[in-house]
Design a protein around this ligand. Structure first.
Ligand code: F6R
Length: 369
């Protein structure tokens, strides 16, 4: 049932191109427009939405952090993303014009369920982004957009994360489409690129041997840091979470701009630091700033592991290890930049003799608060 792989996690990482393609299937028409009739929230209601709140836990929360950037950029609707376990207990401001998006692979996470119950009590509309048909979270929501990742068995979430991103992009782009924002041309271009992204994920998977080799060489390290900015920041958090749960290593993700506000004190000789570099195109200011960050940490002895777009030559002189990812639109980059981090964590776990599919102390679905 592991399809020839040693672990479900490896199988599920490999299934990502298909999971991404399946999640897009039937949702983009021949003219390149989105068709999300299955949402069952009338366009008239979506046009009235004046705030989006995303609630989720763990990996799904990281998908939500990225979704926030996409929703605000493409729709200009204010959006906040919050840990479901925090949201419920702080008396959040919600009303009929709030769209709450609850992201959950299992559909059974108690924290997320409690958050959405609270949101509905306040009159908000709740849309579930979920991978499990007929599970509790979609049953209790006003609408659901299913991710089509197929069953995810390994405790550490991989393909579900990529499909959560795809589903959130679809929601963001669809909101932009029905509301007709000034980004119409960009939305059409992104839909076009999204339709081709599964192939890019596949290309990343084909180049992972050096990443595995690197992971094995770091098996006796105690700490790995992860840095990113904009969409790369949640990716850094996700890379760190994967490493904690699988390799049982101390791993932390930081927004690269925060380095000088504290974390740079952690940098010492030979400390591995993974840096997710934004595209040099588009918001190139961010790119330049992160290149300076890489220089700063390297000057202090860090071993830099740099994830950067093909053709980004500016980072090369400062990268002890360079992991290339395909060129994508800025907001879609997490679909390709997360993959090496999954492979990295999985290989480190194996090298450290850990049980990859069943990490200690963890359960696949967390049905208690
Ligand atoms: C991390 C992981 C967890 C889940 C979290 C939410 O690899 O699997 O952090 O993402 O427990 O689970 P769902 O998505 O089922 O609500």
């Amino acid at each position: 049932e592991k399809g020839g792989y040693d672990y479900f996690m490896l199988k599920e990482i490999a299934e990502q191109p298909k999971a991404v393609a399946d999640t897009l299937l039937g949702r983009i028409d021949a003219a390149g427009s989105l068709t999300l009739d299955e949402l069952r929230i009338p366009d008239s209601v979506l046009r009235e939405v004046d705030k989006v709140v995303i609630v989720a836990c763990g990996t799904a929360y990281h998908a939500g952090m990225i979704a926030k950037l996409a929703i605000e950029h493409w729709t200009r609707i204010p959006c906040e993303t919050e840990l479901a376990s925090e949201f419920r207990y702080r008396d959040p401001i919600l009303d009929q014009r709030t769209l709450v998006i609850a992201i959950s692979q299992s559909g059974e996470t108690m924290d997320t369920l409690m958050a959405l119950r609270h949101a509905r009590e306040q009159g908000a509309k709740v849309l579930a982004v979920c991978n499990t048909n007929g599970s509790t979270i979609p049953r209790e929501s006003d609408a659901v957009l299913y991710t089509h990742a197929g069953p995810e068995v390994a405790v550490a979430s991989t393909k579900a994360f990529l499909t959560q991103l795809v589903a959130c992009y679809l929601v963001a782009l669809y909101l932009g489409q029905v509301r007709g924002t000034k980004w119409g041309d960009e939305i059409r271009a992104v839909v076009h690129d999204l339709a081709a992204i599964a192939t890019e994920v596949d290309r990343v998977l084909e180049t992972m041997e050096p990443v595995r080799e690197l992971a094995r060489s770091l098996a006796d390290k105690d700490t790995v840091l992860f840095l990113g900015r904009h969409v790369g920041y949640p990716v850094a958090l996700e890379g760190a979470l994967k490493l904690k749960e699988l390799a049982y290593m101390h791993a932390e993700g930081f927004a690269a701009g925060e380095l000088k506000h504290g974390p740079i004190a952690l940098i010492e000789e030979d400390l591995p630091v993974v840096v997710v570099v934004p595209s040099p195109r588009g918001r190139s200011v961010l790119h330049d700033k992160i290149v300076s960050n890489i220089q700063e940490i390297r000057a202090r002895g860090a071993r830099t592991i740099v994830i950067a777009e093909e053709g980004d030559e500016a980072v090369a002189p400062y990268a002890d290890h360079l992991i290339r990812i395909p060129v994508t639109p800025t907001l879609l980059q997490p679909l390709v930049s997360t993959v090496p981090l999954q492979v990295f964590a999985c290989e480190l776990a194996t090298a450290r003799g850990n049980e990859v599919d069943q990490p200690r102390n963890l359960a696949k679905s967390v049905t208690v608060e």
